[in-house]
Design a protein around this ligand. Structure first.
Ligand SMILES: [Zn+2]
Length: 177
């Protein structure tokens, strides 16, 4: 589902997508199977080139528990706060050209940036990735997440992100008289 950004009016356009409106049924099928989804988004120009995408995604992905193997639905509730910018032509190898999405922190709210090209934004692909990112690498069903089982199966949601060492940690334990 591609959005022609040059057709978005100045005061924005609202999108309401679900299984009945069916636009994304095929795109999301490998993630959510036949589960319901409710996506409401507002896309509007920020300036002459950039756009904001704000909204909410509510669905359940179809998962297999990595502990007991049973199929279960993993609830996804995600707030979308995205800024779309035109692809930066870097020329040569351009290290920015490869990663389409960068995360920046705006005060205490996380906003991420996605590049678009040719005045088109692939909303389906964007939402597919946004939902997929919410699913932990090793998902556990509700039974395996019961409090008594919890301790052994804590997973780190930050796993994979670069762990930045605290420059002051080396100072811990040093006693100053
Ligand atoms: Zn399980």
């Amino acid at each position: 589902m591609k959005i022609k950004l040059n057709e978005i009016p100045e005061d924005g356009r609202q999108y309401s997508l679900n299984r009945e409106t069916a636009e994304l049924n095929g795109t999301l099928e490998d993630l959510i199977s036949q589960n319901d989804y409710k996506i409401s988004l507002d896309i509007r120009p920020l300036n002459s080139r950039d756009f904001t995408v704000n909204g909410q995604v509510s669905t359940k992905t179809h998962e297999q528990c990595s502990r007991c193997g049973q199929d279960f639905n993993f609830g996804v509730e995600k707030t979308i706060r995205e800024i779309l910018i035109p692809t930066q032509e870097q020329g040569r190898t351009g290290k920015y050209a490869k990663s389409a999405s960068h995360h920046v922190t705006d005060a205490d709210e996380e906003v991420s940036v996605t590049e678009y090209s040719k005045q088109q934004f692939d909303l389906g692909e964007f939402l597919h990735e946004a939902i997929a990112l919410e699913v932990p690498f090793n998902p556990f069903c509700d039974d395996c997440l019961q409090p008594e089982n919890n301790k052994a199966f804590i997973y780190d949601e930050k796993m994979g992100e670069e762990q930045k060492p605290n420059p002051f940690s080396a100072l811990k334990g040093i006693k100053i008289d």
